[in-house]
Design a protein around this ligand. Structure first.
Ligand SMILES: O=C(O)C(=O)C[C@H](O)C(=O)CO
Ligand SMILES: [Zn+2]
Length: 276
């Protein structure tokens, strides 16, 4: 497992683009045939992926966790953004279609990721936070998620928020997770931007080709910086940072949060006129 030390609310203002990327961007995801994990200093969140080909992959224990197995004191949220697959958790098998989510509860021991067809592998995106109690592993299809339509074509932010791991659907400890799909012609997410000092958040952008990029905005509202991101890249938002983006095309992104509460709407919106 890689370790990631990000940067604080003062230092990021003096960092170059390359230094900001090194601190906040995770760009080694979706390596074929591997589980890759990064342990961050932001609320002890772990972000990673598993892309099983001809043999199943696991969630390895690691010294950073200080436990006997990965989920001993952790919960995990997963969204499949690849071909069909299966995740087995302690002998129960969950079929994972495109954009299905799986919440894996604390104390789950044997976790195994596989693909139905190794030439079109499942691509599991993984986020984990510490968990204080043991709940129920739960599968959530895209249809079973809670859907919120937001924005408009005229504001270039016509989008659907799919909340798959959230109170009322999954009994998680801190994790709240889902994905936001932008309609063709819409490019702005999280408009107006917000912070929520009660929770950190990680975004992972996908569903656009390599001729395009998402310009992700981070930092304090009065000192924003941009990170130019290819598809399949995650970006860590400490609790003090806005997290918003504009793409050169439409796209989808997975968001995942952890912290003091699980209240999705608990955001401090910042008027666009106050952003600089
Ligand atoms: O487009 C949006 O707006 C979002 O998807 C917002 C994220 O879900 C978020 O930042 C929740 O705190
Ligand atoms: Zn947010």
């Amino acid at each position: 497992m890689k370790l990631r030390y990000t940067a604080d609310i003062n230092s990021y203002k003096r960092m170059t683009n390359a230094e900001l990327k090194q601190a906040f961007v995770v760009d080694d995801l979706f390596a074929p045939g591997e589980t890759v994990l990064t342990y961050t200093d932001v609320d002890r969140a772990i972000v990673g992926s598993a892309v099983p080909q001809d043999k199943p992959l696991g969630l390895p224990q690691s010294k950073e966790l200080g436990s006997d197995y990965f989920c001993e004191r952790r919960e995990v949220g997963i969204v499949n953004i690849g071909g069909a697959g299966t995740i087995e958790v302690d002998g129960t098998s969950y079929k994972m279609q495109y954009k299905d989510s799986l919440y894996i509860a604390r104390e789950s021991k044997d976790i195994s990721f596989s693909s139905v067809n190794p030439s079109e592998p499942a691509q599991y995106y993984i986020v984990s936070y510490p968990a204080h109690r043991t709940t129920q592993t739960t599968h959530v299809s895209k249809a079973d998620a809670h859907h919120i339509e937001l924005g408009s074509a005229i504001e270039s932010n016509d989008r659907v928020i799919n909340q798959s791991i959230r109170p009322g659907i999954v009994d998680s400890c801190q994790l709240v997770m889902g994905f936001t799909e932008l309609e063709p012609g819409s490019v702005w997410n999280t408009k107006p931007p917000h912070t929520h000092r009660r929770r950190s958040e990680i975004y992972m952008y996908f569903e656009y080709n390599d001729d395009n990029r998402v310009f992700h905005f981070m930092g304090e509202p009065s000192e924003t910086r941009s990170l130019v991101l290819a598809a399949g890249t995650a970006v860590i938002s400490p609790a003090w940072s806005i997290h918003s983006g504009a793409g050169t095309t439409n796209y989808t992104f997975i968001w995942a949060m952890g912290g003091e509460n699980q209240t999705f709407d608990d955001m401090d919106h910042i008027p666009i006129s106050d952003i600089s």
